[in-house]
Design a binder for this molecule. Structure first.
Ligand SMILES: [Zn+2]
Length: 270
């Protein structure tokens, strides 16, 4: 059953979000560990503080993995090493927090028009993720960032063919970077979409606005989810106040996931 995740970025904002999540039966998505400064300084302290406070929390956890400047198939050996260190560090964090899923960015370079790059990217990423999934128990969901089409995510997920390598569809990113309509992204990625990052924009900047405040057609989004009978988790990638507004909008407009669970919507956080 679909779960609603609210975001925790700054450790200072954690207590308020934890209380809110408990009260509304939401789940928590941690973006704290994308910050390289935390990763290199007080990681253990932040992690233990979260774990202690999450002791009585019954909701699910999602973790956002490191992404800044990482390149799995860089030709520079040192960059590849740092990339692996950061990804493994993120996966350790996800294991510590018993996360339901961990998000990594796709990192396909859409500006590169070099013959063989696409095939090489699929091959190297497939080897990397197949080996990595053997070492860690997490379900990895790969997120479209500046992806112009769903093609590369589709190809990689097919190539790895694992129940633990799936997709996080970021609807806001799609609206900025892709000319392929949302309904086609949903048709192509279908059941492999396990998490949806929800935020709005006007197609020019990745503004992370509350849904309804930009140009995304949320009714079309909701209809496509229903058409393919999908049941992905939803993460509101915005501040708490905006998340509350967004949920209100989803309820009023009867948008997924606040449509399908009408009878137990309170229970599911809608
Ligand atoms: Zn996202």
């Amino acid at each position: 059953m679909s779960k609603v995740f609210i975001e925790v970025v700054n450790p200072k904002g954690f207590d308020v979000r934890l209380e809110y999540a408990k009260e509304h039966r939401h789940n928590l998505a941690f973006k704290t560990f994308v910050d390289p400064h935390i990763l290199d300084t007080n990681l253990q302290e932040v992690l233990e503080n979260y774990q202690q406070k999450l002791h009585e929390f019954r909701g699910a956890i999602s973790v956002h993995g490191a992404f800044n400047d990482l390149a799995i198939c860089s030709i520079d050996k040192k960059i590849r090493e740092v990339t692996r260190q950061r990804i493994f560090q993120s996966l350790e964090i996800a294991r510590e927090l018993k996360a339901k899923h961990i998000v990594f960015h796709s990192k396909f370079d859409w500006l590169r028009r070099i013959e063989g790059y696409k095939l090489n990217w699929i091959e190297e990423n497939a080897i990397f993720w197949s080996q990595t999934l053997q070492k860690y128990p997490s379900t990895v969901v790969l997120e479209n960032t500046n992806d112009q089409t769903p093609e590369m995510l589709r190809a990689l997920v097919d190539e790895v063919n694992s129940s633990r390598l799936k997709v996080c569809l970021d609807v806001g990113h799609m609206n900025v970077y892709s000319k392929v309509p949302l309904k086609e992204w949903i048709a192509v990625l279908g059941q492999d979409i396990r998490l949806i990052h929800t935020h709005d924009n006007n197609g020019d900047f990745d503004g992370h606005l509350a849904p309804g405040k930009g140009a995304i057609n949320w009714q079309e989004f909701s209809d496509s989810i229903a058409k393919y009978q999908l049941d992905p988790d939803i993460q509101f990638e915005m501040g708490l106040e905006q998340t509350i507004q967004a949920l209100q909008y989803f309820r009023e407009e009867s948008i997924y996931p606040c449509n399908t669970f009408a009878s137990n919507s309170k229970k599911e956080g809608c």
